[in-house]
Write a protein that binds this ligand. Structure first.
Ligand code: ARG
Length: 569
């Protein structure tokens, strides 16, 4: 497609003698379409050119050479230069691209770059809860989008399958394993054991000591501890897989924390050699005071066992060597901000290239709370994600039953709508915001929701079905799509790839979900303003084609977020 920004930047560069790449970054898209399709804010050049912005604007306007087939007119508005693109050219450009590429918006801009994304990472023997959903969904969307833009993308599920809590679980299992049906309902039963052993640890210091010992034994490869641990792990994974199947999640690597157990001595060794590793009450720590971090990073506990942080350091070393990444993202709740600050700082001592340490990035997100309150495993007060998804599917089914009782494949549609609603809800606000999970909002077909986007897509499908044919792109006269509502749809479709790029620049999938809402709304306006199926074949062809284009982009966009589109609902 024609890159209008680039075209404009190039034309301005010829007048002002400033690098066109720099100029391109200044170009804006005006909120009000009356101010043109693109605007150049001349005050950005005032200092360099030593002139007032309106004067610069006038100078450029008088001297700029523009291709009239591309740009219809240029106007000065105060310190701004507004550019109006030939509308039928945008229409042609967009629709031809839609016609020629199944994977509209796909690009190669990430070619040669590797992005590691660490996401989901639930903890073995603990419920996969709504907090992990956010990581799974945000990480999954970023994964898909980076990949679509041509990056080599590695998705890692850094399972919480190691740590002192396993010392506790092993102890609980040893004491009461027979009382619980762990095989049948692993996570629930193990959670009960975990709650019970925690209680006992509070009452009896000796038990707590034994738990710590168990973890140490596990690290040393003790056969009983290892066997029990493996059992917990495989039973838990089987449970997690049910959620991943519902969500359609995939990972390239399942190397969890335990994978690094034999890779930590090297980390400790390297840190030892830097002279920065200090003894503190029997533990080994790195002081980070001079880096502005008040809490030291604990590398080894006083009983010799390793920590969550050490495992993350070993993982950084391993990922740098194995994947040679350009960026490594950690999609983890903001509660762990301090942890990542510490780990990323200590990583600078590992002797790896700066390229790697500069590429480490925590992608934090806000907490989800439910009307029933906060969640914590220890108290046993949690909502399980599998139950939540199934509830959403059931609710979607009830709504479909009411609205469209004759629909075929109701189960399948309910699944797409129910799961899609939960995913979209999680991605619809900027990720850092805390979120209250509210069913009425999640499944509202009229609100800014997943079901609304799906419903709009289904509408495009039914228009195409009613038309009963699909015009060839050669049969479309682009001049028939110059009304406001059509133009809005076209402009949005034109901006699709750019929207994906913005998602990766900010690691913010909500930019794409907002975009899909905007496109769905633009289509509703188009649909309300214009009859699509009309006598005049020429007009009808154009409108049918635009309908097809909107549907296509909605579907691709939703898929990138991890949401499936039903054909009917
Ligand atoms: N398992 C951890 C938790 O549930 C998240 C792990 C995130 N990834 C990492 N590399 N630390 O809190």
């Amino acid at each position: 497609m024609i890159d209008f920004k680039k075209t404009i930047a190039k034309a301005i560069a010829e007048v002002v003698n400033i690098d066109e790449k720099e100029l391109e970054t200044y170009i804006e898209i005006p909120k009000d379409a009356n101010n043109g399709d693109y605007a150049f804010p001349c005050f950005k050049l005032a200092k360099e050119l030593k002139k007032a912005p309106p004067m610069i604007a006038n100078d450029i306007k008088n001297n700029i050479k523009i291709d009239e087939e591309i740009i219809e007119k240029v106007e000065v508005a105060g310190g701004y230069l507004n550019f109006y693109i030939q509308q039928s050219l945008i229409v042609k450009d967009v629709l031809e691209e839609i016609a020629n590429y199944d994977e509209y918006g796909k690009s190669e801009i990430g070619k040669g770059k590797t992005i590691v994304i660490d996401y989901s990472a639930p903890n073995i023997a603990k419920p996969f809860h709504i907090g992990h959903l956010r990581s799974t969904v945000i990480g999954g969307a970023l994964y898909n989008i980076y990949k679509y833009l041509g990056y080599c993308t590695i998705g890692i599920n850094h399972l919480g399958d190691y740590g002192t809590q396993f010392g506790k679980l092993i102890e609980g299992y040893k004491l009461w394993g027979k009382e619980y049906n762990v095989e049948e309902d692993p996570i629930n039963e193990l959670t009960k054991i975990y709650i019970r052993i925690n209680q006992l640890c509070k009452e009896d210091e000796k038990v707590l000591e034994q738990c710590r010992m168990n973890f140490k034994l596990l690290e040393e490869g003790d056969s009983y501890c290892t066997e029990v641990w493996e059992k917990f792990r495989s039973l838990s994974l089987k449970e997690f897989q049910k959620v991943y199947d519902l969500l359609g999640s995939q990972f390239d690597s399942w190397n969890g924390e335990a994978f690094y157990s034999d890779k930590m001595p090297e980390v400790i060794d390297i840190l030892e050699k830097t002279g920065k590793l200090q003894e503190s009450q029997g533990a080994k720590i790195i002081d980070l005071e001079d880096k502005g971090i008040n809490t030291p990073c604990i590398i080894q506990k006083s009983n010799g066992s390793t920590t969550y942080a050490t495992r993350d350091l070993a993982a950084i070393l391993y990922r740098a060597r194995t994947y040679d990444f350009d960026k490594a993202l950690y999609v983890v709740s903001y509660e762990q901000t301090l942890h990542f600050k510490q780990v990323f700082e200590v990583a600078k001592l590992l002797g790896i290239d700066e390229k790697y340490t500069n590429g480490l990035k925590h992608v934090p997100f806000g907490m989800v709370s439910l009307p029933t309150g906060k969640m914590s495993t220890r108290e046993g007060n949690i909502v399980k994600l599998e139950e939540l998804l199934n509830e959403s599917i059931a609710r979607a089914k009830t709504i479909i039953e009411e609205k469209n009782p004759d629909l075929e494949n109701k189960e399948e549609v309910a699944k797409k709508v129910g799961v899609g609603a939960v995913i979209f809800n999680d991605l619809s606000n900027s990720r850092i915001k805390d979120e209250i999970f509210d069913w009425d909002q999640v499944l509202n077909f009229q609100g800014e929701t997943g079901p609304y986007v799906q419903y709009t897509y289904v509408r495009t499908k039914s228009v195409l079905e009613k038309a009963g044919y699909m015009p060839k792109i050669e049969e479309v006269k682009f001049d028939n799509l110059l009304d406001e509502a059509s133009k809005n749809c076209i402009k949005l479709i034109y901006n699709f790839e750019n929207t994906l790029v913005q998602v990766t620049e900010k690691e913010e999938p909500s930019i794409l979900s907002r975009y899909l809402i905007d496109l769905a709304k633009a289509f509703s306006n188009f649909y309300n303003d214009n009859k699509i199926l009309v006598e005049d074949k020429e007009i009808q062809n154009a409108r049918v084609y635009l309908t097809y284009a909107v549907g296509k982009v909605l579907k691709i966009g939703a898929k990138l977020l991890g949401i499936e589109m039903p054909d009917k609902m």
